[in-house]
Design a protein around this ligand. Sequence first.
Ligand code: SAM
Ligand code: SF4
Length: 316
Amino acid sequence: MIDSLGRNITYLRLSVTELCNLRCRYCMPEEGVCKLAHSQLLTEEEMVRAVRAASRLGITKVRITGGEPLVKPNILSICRNVANVPGISETSVTTNAILLPDMAAPLREAGVQRVNISLDTLNPEKYRKITRRGELSDALKGLSAALDAGFEKVKINAVLIGGFNDDEIPALAALTQKWLVDMRFIELMPMAGNTDFGSECYIPVTRVLDALPQALPEQEEGVARLYRLPGALGRVGLISPLSQHFCAACNRIRLTADGKIKPCLHSAEEISIKGLSEQDMMEQMRRAILSKPACHAELNVISRSPSGRSMNQIGG
Ligand code: SAM
Ligand code: SF4
């Protein structure tokens, strides 16, 4: 569906849970989140109904996210049912990869075509620090399982944090020389809860190019500006929600685990679809698409995202 500014909305991010097995410092509080009552969460049937409604409005791609989608007990069934909705040509999952060693092949069999893996550092100590509890070796085993499972595409996402992992840009980018993966660097976003990060942590992704002078530009894809290291199998991507936002090309809406459509990641506006019929869900989604703002508010360390949620409660 075309929104009021002429943008073609074809992409739904479906968050299936707020829960997570990690506690990344920029995403989630250490104590976790209050578990929502079962009755507040979308059921699997409602999620699939919502995807059917979205498909009728022209959504063709669904990214399943969270929290950590792989901690959801019925995740394989959700993926299979979403992938089978008529009109959905691409189903992908964003994960921290910790559970991928056992889940990669079943996800692929369930119809998931693409996987995005979050990996901010290749240093075990720093991995423990940023995730507050994860082991790098588990994430790397998950990455390896994803590469073996035959997904059409595997991407790695790193949140670029000044003073934390900007010294690892060459090492992370070198993964594209070893494997057929895209390595994408994303600017840290100042969400309501992640106030631990000082202004020195917010650095533009153009730093990646400073660290990789040999990288050659490739054609842009979606929200990422792409480059390739000489001879690399995969590409290096830059995603700049702060320094050069991509609102004019925004093609997505988000659905939270508690059934709220968010027309914009950085807006407090939410439209509930919990408990509605497919027709009514579709009407609410139409409203949400028509209310997509032209651009999100200015974001910086003082003026934080007005979304009113932490990232694990939205899905990224
Ligand atoms: N748990 C899964 C994972 O980590 O891939 C999926 C959910 S997570 C909320 C989705 C993405 O949001 C991850 O790539 C994560 O790094 C990113 N993210 C979370 N908080 C962020 C922030 N404050 N700024 C930028 N990216 C953030
Ligand atoms: Fe969990 Fe993903 Fe948030 Fe990390 S970024 S706490 S893995 S939801």
